[in-house]
Design a protein around this ligand. Structure first.
Ligand code: ATP
Ligand code: MG
Length: 552
């Protein structure tokens, strides 16, 4: 990864210098059983970034060995998300294309006396496996002859047995201190249609057996995975050695990315979708790549964020405010600035001529002159933000209140003269006067005011919907870990989405899905691709302007 060194990069460099490989080959190996989330972005950035550093190669490989949970929809979304993040794979591979080769390797193991067909049930296998403190014991089927095993395994393939009736196990050591080496299951029966191979197979390799073979078949040199696979490494190496593969890939583990106030496992995210806590995998509150995209996060911000979290063995929690920081940085110079009223309050400027409309000039981005200027209409009635008026203000409230004068951004000073209420005492509108001398851009220095408010012209403004978000999960650090009394669903924030109706400037009539803006004094917003229409734009709050987060 550019400019950064890390322990994996050092290993790759040493391996190249020692002549172990001609080039570095990595892979990003998602299982197509859900949409990608920002944790996967870390794996993507690491795998593609490191291979790039050495002019190497990265494959996108679907680890599709479990037909029960996998689907073409997920394959398609994963490809889209990897591309959107800015990466091009060298080769697109499917683990299921290697089923025949994997089957042959399993036969090889049987012939070497290194694998056997077991009739124990899943529960019995677990029982026989022992614990961290007690060794396991041998299955009564462990001593089957090679001939019998070859025959049974072939009949498993032919579909002669039901799901769960038999499995193929590696024959290693039932007393190994590493439980993963106590004769792990390497093939199981699953009568199910596979999204790629259809009904060709009814036996499927287990992940721990399939993965090293996939790596070896593709000539992957460094197989990067997350730390929970560390205890699997001895079995990974066993498979590579005993299956006598041509290539010798090396597994290296790095720490997972965890972010505060979110859950990051496909199982949990799928549950949020299935149980309708959110509006699909791409709901803007989801930590999925498609959700972040719809919310308005940019690939640049996500990549910078992931790089900043670094590559190490540890899996600490990263503050979600850090991601917000990077999207603000990215959009600061790119997003046009504009005015939007989220909670409107009408203001009538009583001394402004009834049918006059004037066009005022406004900069599109004061920090980026190249973005030019626009004309915004101003007339007798405008909307301001409800929170920008108080009838009885506390000390240090510099916005509008009876008798006080404020500046309207790009326009004039106005002074509050009267508050109009309905029969119930609810404020209906505010009456103000304006001072023509104070027009913005004319260099008026006569007097100063402390508050500057944003506004839109009432006659010309476009109605708009704003969708404001809070974190989906209220529990900051445990990632909504399940325990005896609670599951992560008990931590779902009931107020994570707020939908409000307001107004935007008339020149926003042509906004397109995924356009991004900074609404003055509010924050960055994205035009929602699902709900926005030509009649009524819908804006997702990406991040507010203020941040409590400081980069070290
Ligand atoms: P989940 O637990 O969310 O379902 P997974 O690990 O089962 O994720 P895979 O599709 O198997 O999902 O993951 C593809 C790759 O992404 C793997 O190499 C995995 O280690 C990596 N990955 C998944 N989650 C994270 C994370 N939070 N941080 C870094 N890498 C991750
Ligand atoms: Mg998984």
């Amino acid at each position: 990864m550019e400019n950064s060194s890390n322990f994996i990069k050092s290993i790759m460099k040493e391996d190249l210098e020692a002549g172990k490989h001609d080039k570095i080959v990595t892979r990003f190996p998602p299982e197509p059983n859900g949409y990608l989330h920002i944790g996967h972005a870390k794996s993507i950035v690491i795998n593609f970034g490191l291979a790039d550093d050495f002019n190497g190669q990265t494959n996108l490989r679907f680890d599709d060995t479990n037909p029960l949970k996998e689907d073409q929809e997920y394959v398609d979304s994963i490809k889209e998300d990897v591309k959107w993040l800015g990466y091009d794979w060298d080769e697109l591979r499917f683990a299921s294309d290697y089923f025949e080769e994997m089957y042959n390797k399993a036969v090889l193991l049987i012939k070497k006396g290194k694998a056997y067909v077991d009739d124990l049930s899943a529960d019995e296998i677990r029982e026989y496996r022992g614990t961290l403190t007690e060794p396991g014991k041998d299955s009564p089927y462990r001593s089957r002859s090679i001939e019998e095993n070859l025959d049974l395994f072939e009949r498993m393939r032919k579909g002669e047995f039901k799901n769960g009736e038999k499995v193929l196990r590696a024959k290693i050591d039932m007393a190994s201190p590493n439980i993963n080496l106590r004769d792990p299951v390497i093939y199981r029966i699953a009568h199910a249609t596979h999204h790629n191979t259809g009904d060709k197979w009814c036996i499927y390799p287990m992940y721990a057996f399939a993965h090293p073979l996939e790596d070896a078949i593709e000539g992957v040199t460094h197989s990067l995975c997350t730390v929970e696979f560390e205890d699997q490494r001895p079995f990974y190496d066993w498979v590579i050695a005993e299956c006598e593969t041509e290539n010798t890939p090396r597994q290296i583990e790095f720490g997972r990315l965890n972010i505060t106030n979110t859950v990051m496992s496909k199982r949990k995210l799928k549950q949020l979708v299935d149980e309708k806590f959110v509006d699909g995998w791409d709901d803007p509150r989801m930590p999925t790549i498609s959700g972040l995209r719809r919310r308005g996060f940019t690939p640049e911000a996500i990549r910078e964020f992931v790089k900043e979290t670094g590559v190490s063995k540890g899996s600490g929690f990263v503050d979600s405010a850090m991601l917000d920081h990077y999207v603000r940085e990215d959009l600061k110079l790119k997003a046009p600035r504009t005015m939007g009223i989220l909670r409107p309050l009408k203001v009538v400027i009583t001394n402004y001529p009834e049918d006059k409309v004037e066009m005022l000039e406004a900069e599109n981005n004061p920090e980026n002159e190249e973005m030019g200027t626009r004309q915004i209409p101003f007339s007798r009635e405008i909307y301001i933000e409800q929170e920008d008026f108080m009838e009885e203000p506390p000390k240090k409230y510099f916005r509008l209140f009876p008798g006080n004068e404020v500046r309207l951004k790009h326009a004039y000073f106005i002074k509050c003269e009267d508050v109009i209420k309905d029969v119930n005492g609810q404020i209906v509108e505010i009456h103000c006067t304006y001072d023509p001398e104070t027009k913005s851009g004319t260099g008026f220095t006569g007097r100063k005011v402390k508050g500057t408010l944003h506004w839109v012209d009432a006659k010309h403004a476009i109605p708009a919907e704003f969708r404001l978000y809070e974190p989906l999960i209220l529990d900051e650090e445990s990632n909504g870990e399940d325990d005896e009394t609670k599951t992560f669903l008990d931590y779902v924030n009931p107020n994570s989405l707020q939908i409000i109706q307001g107004f935007v400037e008339p020149n926003m009539k042509d906004v397109k899905p995924q356009d991004k803006f900074q609404f003055f004094r509010h924050g960055y917003f994205n035009v929602d691709p699902k709900y926005s229409t030509a009649e009524k734009p819908v804006f997702n709050l990406i991040v507010s302007l203020k941040s409590s987060f400081k980069l070290k």
